[in-house]
Design a protein around this ligand. Sequence first.
Ligand code: PLP
Length: 407
Amino acid sequence: MFDFDTPYSRIGTDCIKWDEQIAKFGKENVAVGMGIADMDFKAAPCIGKALAERCEHENWGYLQTPKSYIESIVAWNKRRYGLEIDPETIVLSSGVHPALIAAIQTFSPPGSKVLLTTPSYNGFYSDLTYCRVTQEDSPMKRVDGRYSIDFEDLERRISHDTNTLILCNPQNPTGNFWSAEDLTRLGELCLERRVVVLADEIHCDFVMKGQKYTPFASLPNKRIVDNSLTFKAASKTFSLAAMKSAWFFSTNPDLLARVKVNHRADINTLGVVANRAALTEGDSWLDQLLPYIDGNHEFVEGYIREKMPLVKYTKAQGTYLAWLDVSQVVDKIGAKEKAAEASKTSPKPVTPEMIVQKWLAENAKVVMTPGAEYGTGGEGHMRMNLGTSRKMIELALNNMASALNKA
Ligand SMILES: Cc1ncc(COP(=O)(O)O)c(C=O)c1O
């Protein structure tokens, strides 16, 4: 049995989730860091063991790509999802970001548009800025807390200079898993309109109870799959983000070759050792973690329903991220007015959600990510990271409920 219940302090390890928030909001205002997408748990023991063994050999020179690492990626995808990946098509990267940037730079020249279904991962926007391309947000529809792709809107937004679409499955921050039907419809549209699908499936291992992950590359229509590249990593699954290792692949040799020309990323020894160990020996750890995360989502959903009338939450289908509707909190604390006032003296616009973030830190000692960072449709929301022990989540919710009662 692995212990996910005992809180594991990361303070003082130079981590963004805790140390950066403490520097920003003050130690007294951070009882629970629930921002950036990594987890607080002690890593799977197989990772520490493999790293310790490797550290016994004290030489850190240039590394060749070990075949065993590629094999561990192929085997993981086959074992867990029945997905066959040709090892020859796997390109290692130091992260999904550098890989995505290479792909965007390949297909979408500066000034052209990249399509996204939103709300969508805030990091995509910095990649677009880096590539000097423009975001084309297609806001998703929302019915009873569930999001769905607005295909009519998506189609309308494709113009002569839309060459790529970033698909996020499961979608960060909303937690949607996309069905085979949705993916096929999206794939058909992109194929027809000559838009290359960049499928970011970095959160795919977090499948909540009753849900299913359909890899884009597993769709039966080969032409649809050949119009895509998939980007993955074990870095969310095993919380290895700063070990800097990810990969991408495509069934289309032409697309792959073109992206490789623009891709320059080196691998690092400890990253390879940690990721390979996780993918080879980490199944049992993940299999125990998944119900725990699912329980966290259920706990949050139930707690909010019963004790936080100003907040709404519909349980995510995937990811350890909870996308909270805080629009009533925005109104209650006058966040729109405060944001407008603060924007007058700030070099960058201050959003109402940034005001909510600060308010929650100062009044509930909880730090979450402001929803407006996630593009169109992110207003009135906060993203809460549930990759932590239930006790921390309970503390965060109790603090929030009591702060909101007093508001
Ligand atoms: C959807 C998505 N893609 C990419 C990344 C970043 O990937 P990497 O750390 O491998 O660059 C994240 C991190 O939160 C993410 O949520």
